[in-house]
Design a protein around this ligand. Structure first.
Ligand SMILES: Nc1ncnc2c1ncn2[C@@H]1O[C@H](COP(=O)(O)OP(=O)(O)OP(=O)(O)O)[C@@H](O)[C@H]1O
Ligand SMILES: [Mg+2]
Length: 464
């Protein structure tokens, strides 16, 4: 295994050289005599551990520590301090230093301190590896090939890290709002806690408050005799996903606002409050701005829910994802139905690429499920797809009636071969309409017979 890197930032040569001489065999040591130089080096390549002198010329050790933590919070920092600087050490420890050692340095003591620090590094890495493994095994796969969705997922990974920040997810139906909500949960430090979804539109308005906040025994007629925990509490130390949050009753809105403001809930019929730590991720298809204008949704609640907003692009805005998703669904449904579909025919691929997926990924998934079920061979053909051959949308109709010509999207398109196909299509159509009579077919296309024949042969079209 590669040696761990330890940087020493100290203005005293004797300290840097002493540490180097003592540990160069065991760790990779590099020394810097100012904080500025050390920080620059850390920006380029982060070490596992940094030994940082408190009393440095120029930027102080304390200031340097904050800068280093900002570059990479995982770097373990050990402060080097003189006896007179003990107060500063206390504040360095509060701000995230791992440990400290006092000058004059005792090399044995220093070795133990560094080894302990590296133990922390190793443990952190192990935890992270375990989390990754857990994610791989438990979290639904998220296909993200297009740049548009990759940017969204990068943002999601970042915001997931702060486990208490509320997130509002916006996106058309079927774009993956619930999947993104679960990604936020599983990529957060709360990943082992519960992830619970409440669909606010599926619960009668007068019950939603007790559903979210719970109720005391005898709170209302029909209530369970023992009372009931609410979903916010059920999701404690995890994430509560409030789907269709625009459908909350005004009472539930008021209570949710209170919870988001001070972390307290009170069950229906109870005067007691209780602190609960649950992250709230919400989503809606509705236009909350209009709802706020009509006073159907509280503006103050909106701002609390939407501390961070994630907008998921529609499939139309990330067409590069269509084929990877289609292939992903083939794998999934092959397994589910015990089928063995290996690939998609070029014609079927064109149909998939051309279709307007107004129902987004859900529509694509449902269609693939059906296609795989009905497909008889190992190749998915156009007839397996319950799609009109005629593509929807204006551009394709102008181009062709057979759905062969792809729309120009962010993926780009091969103009030469598209032109060729276009020509081929019209020559074949003209021949069909003219009953195989070439001069009539040429007239239909307003070119002379000679040119028609030349192009027909060049494109390899037979005239039976
Ligand atoms: N990037 C993706 N990779 C793989 N599957 C996806 C992806 N995005 C969405 N799906 C799948 O598509 C379906 C719809 O996703 P989801 O339920 O999260 O959408 P939604 O935005 O919540 O829809 P609605 O607004 O209708 O509630 C689900 O089966 C989900 O697993
Ligand atoms: Mg949903």
């Amino acid at each position: 295994m590669a040696k761990f890197k330890v940087y020493v930032i100290d203005d005293e040569d004797i300290i840097r050289d002493g540490i180097k001489a003592a540990f160069n065999k065991k760790y990779r040591i590099e020394g810097f005599d100012t904080a500025e130089k050390g920080i620059e080096a850390i920006g380029k390549k982060a070490p596992e551990v940094t030994l940082l002198d408190i009393g440095l010329p120029g930027m102080s050790g304390l200031e340097a520590m904050e800068k280093i933590k900002a570059i990479d919070d995982d770097i373990v920092i050990i402060m080097i301090t003189g006896m007179e600087e003990v107060k500063t050490v206390v504040s360095a420890m509060k701000k995230g230093a791992h440990n400290y050692i006092v000058k004059p340095l005792d090399m044995n003591e220093l070795e133990v301190t560094i080894d302990n620090a590296l133990e922390t590094v190793k443990l952190r890495r192990e935890v992270r590896a375990l989390q990754e493994k857990y994610l791989e095994e438990n979290v639904p796969c998220f296909i993200a090939e297009s740049e548009a969705i990759q940017n969204v997922m990068e943002f999601v990974n970042n915001i997931a890290k702060s486990p208490d920040t509320p997130v509002l997810i916006q996106g058309e139906t079927g774009t993956g709002k619930e999947l993104v909500a679960s990604a936020i949960h599983y990529r957060s430090p709360n990943y082992k806690g519960p992830f619970i979804t409440v669909n606010c539109s599926a619960i009668p308005k007068d019950l939603i408050e007790s559903e979210l906040f719970g109720y005391e025994k005898g709170a209302f007629s029909g209530a369970l005799p023992g009372g009931k925990k609410g979903m916010i509490e059920e999701a404690e130390d995890g994430t509560l996903f409030l789907d269709e949050v625009g459908d909350l009753s005004s009472e539930a809105q008021a209570k949710l606002l209170r919870f988001l403001e001070n972390g307290e809930i009170s069950a229906v019929g109870s005067t007691k409050t209780k602190k609960v730590r649950t992250r709230i991720v919400s989503a809606t298809n509705k236009d909350l701005a209009t709802m706020m204008e009509h006073e159907e949704f509280r503006e103050d609640l909106y701002f609390r829910l939407a501390v961070v907003k994630v907008a998921i692009p529609s499939l139309e805005e990330r067409r590069a994802d269509i084929m990877p998703l289609a292939k992903f669904f083939i794998d999934q449904y092959n397994k589910k139905f015990g089928k063995n579909i290996e690939s998609i025919s070029p014609e079927a691929e064109q149909l998939l690429k051309l279709h307007k997926w107004t129902g987004n990924i859900r529509e694509l998934r449902n269609m693939m499920e059906r296609a795989i079920l009905v497909c008889a061979g190992t190749l998915l053909e156009p007839e397996d797809l319950a799609l009109e051959r005629k593509p929807k949308g204006e551009v394709e109709n102008v181009l062709s009636g057979n759905g062969k010509f792809p729309r120009l999207t962010d993926e780009g398109l091969d103009l030469e071969s598209t032109q060729e196909e276009l020509e081929k299509y019209y020559i074949e159509e003209a021949l069909r309409l003219a009953g195989g009579n070439e001069s009539k077919a040429a007239k239909l296309l307003k070119i002379n017979h000679h040119t028609f024949r030349y192009r027909r042969k060049k494109l390899g079209i037979e005239n039976e």
